[in-house]
Design a protein around this ligand. Structure first.
Ligand SMILES: [Mn+2]
Length: 241
């Protein structure tokens, strides 16, 4: 049985299909998706359909991303903030055009059912962005941080490789978990195209919304699979550039 973690999809359904054809998941694998299923490429609604179907076939965990909450807000209220529209919301709105009410309600249920984080039996933490409480996720005062925070990744990147974990000033936030798997801040921002490890944090977001591929990693072996660069599947689109 493998535990497979997937990075941010951002409406690139064709990239998920390409990636799964390479990963070849089986019924005994656990598939963990780190959120941000929508906002970017033109197939946001189609991506959600695809994931709901995948959930029927495989053991899946779906984490909540900030874009998933923004999309849910829009689906429930019909209010579209300018900031959201600029950051992929327009493409998402277009993908939902003409969708029947009962199907839209299924999507709302999917979004509402997302988890802020998932802690597995081996004390490995999976979440979209991060957390801020030094005592760990169950003490977080600000639930939105699970899918908006960027300081956990910033912190992990700042740790000197020579700093021992028993050092008095080693960041306590990182010591509660064996490993932490996140997305949200594309590693392409630091010039990488494969998942990046910093301290015990693994960032799986390889910039699928921009010029990068979609990635999947086996969390035990650290074997990585990647789709082709997602923009190649949507040649007429600009994505989130
Ligand atoms: Mn995000």
């Amino acid at each position: 049985m493998r535990t497979l973690v997937f990075g941010d999809i951002h409406g690139g359904k064709k990239a998920v299909e390409d990636l799964l054809a390479k990963v070849k998941p089986t019924k005994t694998d656990q598939l963990i998706f780190l959120g941000d299923y929508v906002d970017g490429w033109s197939e946001a609604a189609e991506t959600i359909d695809f994931l709901m179907e995948l959930d029927r076939q495989f053991s899946c965990v779906f984490i909540r991303g900030n874009h998933d909450e923004l999309c849910l807000d829009w689906l429930k209220t019909n209010k579209a903030p300018e900031m959201w529209k600029l950051h992929g919301g327009l493409a998402t709105m277009a993908s939902y055009k003409g969708m029947k009410t009962h199907k839209k309600e299924q999507h709302i249920l999917f979004f509402e059912g997302l988890r802020n984080y998932y802690l597995d039996t081996q004390n490995r933490l999976f979440l979209h962005a991060g957390f801020t409480n030094v005592k760990g996720v169950q003490y977080e005062h600000f639930q939105k941080m699970f899918y908006w925070d960027r300081t956990l990744w910033e912190l992990a990147l700042a740790i000197d490789k020579n700093m021992e974990v028993n050092h008095a000033r080693y960041p306590k936030r990182l010591l509660h978990y064996k490993e932490i798997f996140i997305g949200h801040t594309p590693v392409t921002r630091i010039g990488k195209t494969k998942p990046v490890q910093a301290a015990n944090v693994w960032n799986i977001d390889t910039g699928a919304a921009f010029k990068g591929p979609l990635s999947c990693m086996d969390v035990d072996s650290k074997v990585v699979w990647q789709s082709d660069a997602v923009f190649q599947f949507y040649p007429k689109e600009k994505g989130r550039n």
